[in-house]
Design a protein around this ligand. Structure first.
Ligand code: FAD
Ligand code: UDP
Length: 374
């Protein structure tokens, strides 16, 4: 008999199992995939750790979270600084003095600010004429943030590829988290700490689940564990919340990503881990060159090949991996109905991205579980 049966070995399930085990609780972790780690799982190809379920960069402002993960595996100094390719011309991201220089040739922050004011004037005037002061959608948000040229070249088509909807139909909050800086700083995140576990995320998963009983290739709904009370006092469920309740109110929508991964016979293909393709002309949203997450300087060239993943954003269908919750009105309401059901389940804890239907980054997941155990 276990204290906890944990469905899902992603960061939520694995962190929960780690902390519970440290407190003397007996845990069993099951996962339907053939491996542990959920979406942070990496596969070794040509000596390179490939982020199989999409590029994952750990970043946080929370020192407790940072110290916790580093106590399990040291993190490297990787700093995310993607580059955008629009019709063959390159621009630095996030939007900063380098981008403004590349876009308009402006040299000083004052010139850049003046240019953005000029560029956003039409959008601001239109909103004023409509009697609104806050951007009503992503298009207005983008135009007010950085003006017309950057919106059209670096935001509009990329966002429409990623979300499969016009920017005017998308909520403004999606791009609110992108920094706009009047300094020459290409660091994508504002957080104090970021990096990649040395030797891959699998080391983190292994350290979290060290000494914990785990079973892969085990789907909760198609295994003996469906009658979980026979095996454990409590259930921790990190799978999709609608599936747990047999989709009784209907299915939640997700966006997903498919990856075309290939090995190329060159040590350094694009010179950066992440290059976004921001025009409609290119069907994928970005190319990830995985070795740049962990190989710097000469080590890059000591490894003669490289692994690239093109990312194609697509609408989720049954059988695919549910990646991004679609947090629009309809889906948020449906998720809320399921959350009410979840609140009534005895001895079951619903946690993580799929069970909460929330777009969590990794660090907030770890933080949430750490707080639960405090
Ligand atoms: P998951 O990792 O999805 O784990 C859930 C697990 O439950 C899975 O292993 C699944 O197989 C298992 N499961 C589901 N149903 C069942 C069942 N019926 N039976 C058994 N097992 C089941 N965060 C960042 O901080 N930085 C990033 O750069 C970043 N990039 C991302 C890129 C992509 C493409 C995606 C999709 C996410 C990204 N994230 C990033 C978010 C990050 O992946 C999540 O915060 C984290 O993985 C959430 O962990 P989780 O345990 O909630 O979910
Ligand atoms: N975005 C964009 N152009 C870019 C990168 C991002 O317009 O080159 C927008 C896009 O709408 C995206 C949002 O910013 O959905 C958030 O991007 P981020 O890369 O932070 O999100 P992720 O893809 O990691 O969820």
């Amino acid at each position: 008999m276990y204290d906890f049966l944990i469905v899902g070995s992603g960061l939520f399930g694995a962190t929960f199992a780690h902390l519970a085990s440290k407190r003397g609780k007996k845990c069993l972790v099951i996962d339907k995939r053939p491996h542990l780690g959920g979406n942070v799982y990496c596969e070794k190809v040509e000596g390179i750790n490939v982020h199989k379920y999409g590029a994952h960069i750990f970043h946080t402002n929370n020192k407790v979270v940072w110290d916790f993960v580093n106590s399990l595996v040291p993190f490297n100094r990787y700093t995310n600084s993607p580059v955008a390719n629009y019709h063959g011309k390159l621009y630095n991201l996030p939007f900063n003095m380098n981008t403004f220089y590349q876009m308009w040739g402006v040299i000083t922050p004052e010139e850049a600010r003046a240019k953005i004011e000029e560029q956003k004037a039409d959008a601001v005037a239109k909103m004023k004429a409509d009697g609104v002061s806050e951007p009503r959608n992503l298009e207005e948000q983008g135009l007010c943030l950085v003006g017309k040229d950057i919106f059209e070249k670096l935001i509009k088509e990329y966002t429409e590829k990623q979300w499969g909807r016009p920017c005017s139909d998308l909520p403004a909050f999606i791009i609110k988290r992108l920094p706009v800086r009047f300094v020459f700083d290409n660091n994508y995140f504002n957080d104090a700490y970021q990096g990649i576990p040395m030797g891959s995320y699998n080391k983190l998963t292994e350290a979290l689940l060290n000494g914990v009983d785990c079973k892969t290739n085990t789907d909760f709904f198609n295994s003996e564990y469906k009658d979980w009370r026979k095996y454990a006092a409590q259930l921790v469920y990190t799978g999709p919340i609608d599936e747990y309740f047999g989709y009784q109110y209907g299915k939640l929508d997700w966006r997903t990503v498919s990856f075309k991964t290939r090995v190329v016979d060159t040590p350094n293909y694009q010179g950066n881990a992440v290059v976004n393709y921001t025009s409609h002309e290119v069907p994928y949203t970005r190319i990830i060159e995985h070795k740049h997450f962990e190989m710097f300087g000469q080590t890059l060239y000591d490894c003669p090949k490289t692994v690239l993943s093109e990312e194609y954003s697509t609408e989720y269908k049954d059988g695919m991996e549910p990646y991004y919750p679609v947090n629009d009105e309809k889906n948020n309401q449906l998720a809320e109905q399921y959350r009410l059901l979840a609140a009534q389940e005895r001895d079951v804890l619903f946690g993580g991205r799929l069970a909460e239907y929330k777009y969590y980054d990794m660090a907030p997941i770890v933080e949430k579980v750490l707080n639960m155990f405090q």
